[in-house]
Design a protein around this ligand. Structure first.
Ligand SMILES: Cc1cc2nc3c(=O)[nH]c(=O)nc-3n(C[C@H](O)[C@H](O)[C@H](O)COP(=O)(O)OP(=O)(O)OC[C@H]3O[C@@H](n4cnc5c(N)ncnc54)[C@H](O)[C@@H]3O)c2cc1C
Length: 363
């Protein structure tokens, strides 16, 4: 089978790159996935778009996350027009609550830090928080409000991106695991699965936590398991994503409340554990004791792709003129998807000898 561009891995990153390349006029794009597109980390995620809640440090990573978050209103609007799928961008903002004076002192210094960098953040007392979230624990002593940390329904995002591919003749090949990539004279020539071969003019590796196994780039990506549980309330009762220092709850439009997440170095083993569920229930019920009357109705896990120094690896692979990598997005791959797609498409469109990779562990 011949294809101009082969994208290996159809998670949020691969699907977003396929869309962006197509929008810029590239044709003959094939996405190949070892399972079903979007069913790995991108399915398991919480969908938070939270540069400020996730990071205390400024710098390049924070800037990338903020830049990508800013792309979301347009991204969501375009996807709705292109596919009819509403990805439920929710701009209600994120609360970060404290349960003790020690936690509150830490949040106050975060407040100073963020304000000092010119970011929008509000310092709230317990009464302020209760006004905004009536079901919050009476033990909350105060917190921060990040109005620019949002969320989307990541499963709808996957649906929208997949639909875009289907509507625009981007080929999707599923249940097909690439196990070998052939190179010749500094170019990738073919990618092979057990019973198929893909010839390609360019290849993009976006196999998430499995990217290292493809062998081309030594980006040091390892899987970090995250477990999640999900409650269901009759209607939406929480307005905001709510973090504590032990985890977060994410209220969805339809009344589901996600609670996450663990961080476990257990190789490629997926699945939830009794201990994981118990920890998440304790965390969620600490934030909102009213959840204690419910048994979570669903649970799942996913493997976050963690690269060296927790920075995503986005760019051309050193020594190969037609191979790119976009992987290692760790805790923020949903947030970073639109910017990653733009960055990879930019590198297709220009002579990269004059444009270095913006972030890359490969060179
Ligand atoms: C519990 C949890 C909560 C999270 N919450 C958030 C959040 O709130 N906000 C946020 O921004 N991020 C969050 N993340 C992180 C986010 O989910 C990931 O960073 C993102 O999904 C990575 O996308 P990806 O496309 O690189 O990987 P994946 O979604 O894992 O996709 C990789 C794809 O590659 C395929 N593949 C692998 N190997 C091969 C091969 N050899 N051949 C063919 N196909 C292959 C896989 O089948 C898979 O479909 C969370 C993650 C977890 C686990």
């Amino acid at each position: 089978m011949a294809g101009e561009t082969l994208i290996i891995g159809g998670g949020v990153v691969g699907l977003a790159i396929a869309r962006e390349l197509h929008k810029r006029g590239h044709s003959d794009i094939t996405i190949v996935d070892k399972g079903i597109c979007g069913q790995e980390a991108s399915w398991a995620a919480g969908g938070m778009l939270g540069p400020q809640a996730e990071s205390d440090h400024g710098g390049e990573f924070f800037d990338l996350c903020s830049e990508s978050r800013d792309l979301y209103p347009q991204f969501a609007k375009e996807l709705l027009a292109e596919t009819g799928v509403d990805v439920e961008l929710d701009t209600n903002g994120t609360l970060y609550v404290a349960f003790s004076s020690i936690e509150m002192a830490k949040l106050k210094s975060r407040f100073e830090l963020h304000r000092g960098r010119g970011l929008t953040v509000e310092l709230l007392d317990a009464a302020d928080i209760r006004r905004r979230e009536p079901f919050i624990s009476p033990d909350v002593v105060g917190g921060l409000f990040f109005p620019n940390d949002w969320q989307i329904e990541n499963r709808k995002l996957i649906l929208a991106l997949r639909k875009y591919a289907e509507l625009n003749r981007i080929e999707i090949v599923e249940n097909c695991e690439i196990d070998k990539i052939e190179t010749k004279d500094g170019t990738v020539t073919r990618a092979m699965a057990a019973d198929r071969e893909f010839e390609c003019e360019s290849v993009v590796l976006c196999a998430g936590a499995w990217t290292n196994k493809l062998g081309l780039a030594t980006a040091g990506i390892v899987p970090v398991r995250g477990q999640m549980i999900c409650y269901r309330t009759a209607k939406r009762v929480y307005e905001h994503v709510i973090y504590s220092s032990r985890g977060y709850i994410v209220p969805r439009r339809d009344g589901r409340v996600l609670a996450g997440s663990t961080s476990e170095f257990v190789g490629y083993s997926k699945g939830v554990t009794d201990a994981g569920i118990a920890t998440l229930r304790e965390m969620a019920e600490e934030i909102s004791p009213s959840l204690a009357s419910q048994t979570p109705y669903d649970s799942w896990s996913g493997l976050r792709p963690k690269a060296t120094e927790e920075m995503p690896v986005i760019g051309r692979i050193e020594g190969l003129s037609n191979a790119f990598i976009a992987a290692g997005h760790y805790r923020n791959g949903i947030l970073l998807a639109p910017l990653t797609a733009n960055m990879i498409a930019d590198r297709f469109d220009i002579d990269t000898t004059v444009m270095p990779n913006r972030i890359s562990a490969t060179n």
